[in-house]
Design a protein around this ligand. Structure first.
Ligand code: NI
Length: 278
């Protein structure tokens, strides 16, 4: 498949509205491959112990995950990093942000059939920590057609030029990872249905949401973020993130401690081996 290029008109549209919808950006074979890997990762609960799989919209109290979100998918399935799809996203990102654009995050939300809840209005920047120094755009790619029925994206055109709004944890519950922007004027919001393997691209400040999945199949969305470092000034942590106390954070902290202990053991072993040589 040839490299995908945006026309000047598409670039202007993105800059004007803060989002754009695209047709299919990779081959059918690759979409099938990505979809297979994606379903396998969610089936085997990849990343759970690392805090890289969690419930986006609830507190996981009963161990039940209603809206699973996974981070760093290609860490668990490196084949995802070798796709034409990723190369195309990078190419388009460089058209929109400049030649320094590089991958800065990767995540996925698999919305279960019939019960998959809505993803509330938010701006991606609200999830950033104080040290995040990049301006980014997100490629949101459905691995089946994304329709109003199964929860395609919605955007408020032009909101990327406005301020970052106040956010809070979903339902104002700090045990929930996901954030919501409680006061959004939906009057100008638009749905953005896209075909399987197509994409929407949005700026990190564009207000967006996704509806519930009322269809009979899962709604698989795979997202890649590309950014340019040095374009966002480090700033104090957002209160809504400081207040968070999620089960996901606890799992990530345990995993980090285990990793540190492993690193210490490895360093000690290396030293002992080095000492034995003398
Ligand atoms: Ni988002």
């Amino acid at each position: 498949m040839r490299q995908i290029t945006l026309t000047d008109k598409q670039c202007d549209e993105f800059n004007e509205r803060g989002y754009i919808g695209l047709g299919v950006i990779t081959t059918e074979e690759e979409i099938a491959l990505m979809r297979g890997i994606y379903d396998e990762l969610f089936a085997e609960k990849a990343g759970w112990n690392d805090g890289n799989l969690f419930d986006f919209a609830s507190d996981e109290k009963d161990g039940e995950v209603k809206l699973p979100q996974m981070l760093k998918l290609s860490h668990y399935a490196p084949a995802l990093a070798q796709t034409q799809f990723r190369a195309n996203c990078e190419y388009i990102a460089r058209q929109l942000l400049g030649p320094q654009a590089e991958l800065v995050f990767e995540h996925a939300i698999r919305k279960p059939p019939r019960v998959g809840p809505a993803t509330p209005w938010h701006q991606d920047e609200a999830f950033f920590n104080g040290l995040t120094d990049y301006e980014s755009i997100t490629f949101w790619v459905p691995l089946q057609d994304a329709t109003i029925e199964n929860g395609c994206m919605r955007f408020v055109p032009g909101s990327h030029r406005g301020p970052l709004f106040e956010h809070r944890s979903i339902n104002d519950d700090p045990k929930v990872h996901g954030l919501e922007c409680p006061e959004v004027n939906e009057a100008t919001a638009v749905h953005a249905p896209v075909p399987m393997g197509g994409a929407t691209i949005h700026h990190y400040r564009t207000l967006h949401a996704a509806g519930p999945n009322t269809s009979d199949g899962p709604r698989r969305a795979y997202a890649l973020g590309f950014g340019v470092h040095g374009r966002r000034k480090p700033q104090p942590e957002f209160a809504w993130n400081v207040n968070k106390q999620t089960a996901r954070q606890s799992r990530a902290a345990v995993a980090e401690r285990k990793l540190s202990i492993k690193r210490v053991f490895r360093a000690v072993r290396k030293r002992l081996r080095f000492a034995a040589m003398w």
